[in-house]
Design a protein around this ligand. Sequence first.
Ligand code: AOF
Ligand code: ZN
Length: 378
Amino acid sequence: MTQFSKIDHQMMVRAIQLAKRGEYTTTPNPNVGCVISSSQGVILGEGWHKKAGTPHAEVHALQQAGNKAQGATAYVTLEPCSHYGRTPPCADSLIAAGVTRVVAAMVDPNPQVSGNGLAKLQEAGIKTEHGLLQTSAEQLNRGFIKRMRTGKPWVTVKLAASLDGKTALGNGLSQWITGPLARQDVQRHRAKCCAILSGSGTVIADNPMLNVRYAELNLAADVLSQKDLRQPLRILLDGRNQLPSTLTCLQPFENNLAGNVLLINGQPSVQQFSQHVNQWQAPFNGNKLDLIKVMSKLGEMQLNHIWVEAGAKLAGALLQNNLIDELILYQAPKLIGGAGQNLFDTMPIEMMDKVINLTWTDIRQVGVDVKMTALIKH
Ligand code: AOF
Ligand code: ZN
């Protein structure tokens, strides 16, 4: 194990902070931050990746450092790239700038890079190390990492329920269980994800817009400016072709403020949809859409992180197919009682050792509600 110094830690903490600035904009690319520093810990240049197709973090940091990069150390949250993608290899830029040491928080899971970037630097006589604050760096890019390793996106299921765990009244009415700050928080999650996934039952019952509304994010312009706002793809699962083309989320909003739609159905629709609605006929598994194949398709489409806002049926089916990575539950201080609806519709589990285990990763109060985040163990 490499021993890292206090300066090394400080610099990588800063690089991780910088990387986070891209959390609303980089997808399908990863969030990456870079700091160029002298061996005494004087910062000479900083950079972060903003958007796919634009320069990588290292290029911005090197530009700021100029000639001072000679003999300096580069701290990068992800191994520098070695390939020609939308932009040229950062390993070459670091070599050309005369950097003598490169510390990466983690190796790039992208098979096009995956160790080749560090190897290229070493061949040029640059000292390389990796693994510093790796766990924090992995948190920045859970979706990108999962897609690179498995071909499938990271899936977060959002649920809102009363204190007694009901998502709606017995008669199906559900709007506004949670308060305004929880809804703002949901807007921020939507703005960070690559796609919002919902099912026909929920969309027909609630007629949601499934978009991001800039004003509701309540973010400072230097965190996300209105012009940098990216609308996630809206994905609707409609195995039985039930969705009427008149639904709000199928309409082209003004200035395409709602982004595009991917309608995943069982057979080509006979309805006319507007141009921004694409259709994909997914294979079936029995009499249901094959959700595993759906997720592989979404991975192929370079979607890193899917945010699911669905009812108990789809949430339950995703759970049973082992496709959920993370659960976010907003719980309101309300009691619904009676025959309210459950969070997940699943087959009954008969044995305690078969119950699904989760690990809490965060619990906090958001306005009047409690927000609980948990990972599902696979
Ligand atoms: C980024 N930002 O700061 C770094 C990345 O198509 P390209 O040229 O943008 O290459 C994207 C790949 O480059 C990406 O998948 C990752 O493997 C690597 N490093 N990417 O978007 C960065 N350093
Ligand atoms: Zn690069």
